[in-house]
Design a protein around this ligand. Structure first.
Ligand code: NAP
Length: 308
């Protein structure tokens, strides 16, 4: 590992996608001097211009092939649905020894979309920072986003250990704690801790949206009763979440099946006045909340200037 913590870890890092996660990485890496050169590549003219204005990189382009030329590390920070096309384009342009990583919320499909397009001698180290907000775009990012959060890396059995260690060090220097995990295991764990909660939030807010007009007004007025917290999650990026559900289909459907069974059991308990069943269930879940607090996972991510 790099013993000199003042020297950049990488000579050239390319970020493809400069939204919430890509721009947060750019800010953190720039602030800590982790890359000598940051190349920014994104799809729209407006995001590229914004990234330039915000000084998020040293070079800017719409062309992924140009962006990855000579890069030691390329990080895909786009929605998952764009991975395969990007990998096809950049695969032949990567320099030998380059590391390709990503930040996507689903890992097995990410590997299947990227790996076939990489040549021998290029290393794939998939990653997922378990940090984020409901905001999108280059302006939404902030340097502290990853601090105190997990970053899960899911190298394959063939991944070079040195490449995994280098990407681990990058995330540690950006303030995260790194955990290495099998990609399929990651997808199951995240299906219950992140993907299902988002699906439930989208559903409940959708149900409220379909209520008769006179009820809808009351929903907003009395939203502090619990609904408000769901609206924050259900405001998350629709493109990103569409891709998450399509790309983690199997694990999400398995967790959804279990959830539906438990919901039906609660429905039955309410119908038959089984107070004891309800009480026992709610008492058990209170214990989980205590454990979340003990593990210091209870603070929502808020951009420093938005914090009140
Ligand atoms: P975001 O704010 O919407 O940013 C996405 C970026 O990708 C935008 O800069 C967009 O470009 C760019 N992009 C889309 N298609 C592209 C393409 N074909 N070529 C080049 N650039 C392209 O999204 P985000 O929240 O940063 O999420 C990015 C990734 O991080 C996703 O895979 C997601 O699963 C993962 N993630 C998100 C969170 C979260 O809380 N948001 C947390 C952890 C991981 P334009 O703006 O130019 O169109």
């Amino acid at each position: 590992m790099n013993p000199n913590t003042d020297a950049p870890l990488f000579e050239k890092v390319t970020l493809i996608g400069i939204g919430l996660i890509g721009s947060s990485m750019a800010r953190s890496m720039r602030g800590k001097g982790l890359a000598a050169h940051i190349a920014v590549c994104t799809k729209s003219a407006s995001s590229l211009e914004k990234a330039r204005e915000l000084g998020l990189g040293d070079s800017f382009t719409h062309d992924p092939v140009e962006a990855v030329a000579g890069a030691d590390l390329v990080v895909l920070c786009t929605p998952l649905g764009a991975y395969e096309r990007i990998a096809q384009k950049i695969g032949p342009a990567l320099k030998p020894g380059a590391i390709v990583s990503d930040v996507g919320s689903v890992k097995q499909q990410a590997i299947e979309d990227i790996l076939p397009h990489l040549t021998a001698g290029v290393h794939l180290v998939p990653g997922h920072p378990v940090a984020g907000t409901e905001h999108s775009g280059p302006e939404a990012g902030y340097a502290e986003l990853f601090e105190g959060h997990w970053c899960i890396l899911t190298p394959t059995v063939e991944t070079d250990a040195g490449a995994t260690e280098k990407v681990s060090e990058l995330w540690r220097r950006m303030g995260s704690t790194v955990e290495v995990m099998d990609a399929r295991h990651h997808d199951k764990v995240l299906a219950i801790t992140s993907h299902l909660p988002h699906l439930i939030a989208y559903t409940i807010v959708g149900t409220a949206t379909d209520l008769e007009d006179h009820m809808k007004g009351e929903v907003i007025k009395f939203s502090a009763g619990g609904f408000r917290d769901f609206t924050r999650i259900a405001a998350s990026n629709p493109e990103m979440w569409r891709d998450v559900f399509l790309e983690n289909k199997e694990a999400v459907l398995e967790m959804l099946q279990r959830f539906s069974e438990d919901l039906t059991a609660l429905q039955r308990a309410i119908r038959w006045d089984e107070g004891e069943t309800l009480f026992k269930m709610f008492e058990r879940t209170r214990g989980i909340r205590r454990k979340v607090i003990e593990a210091r996972q209870d603070k929502p991510d808020v951009k420093p200037e938005d914090a009140s």
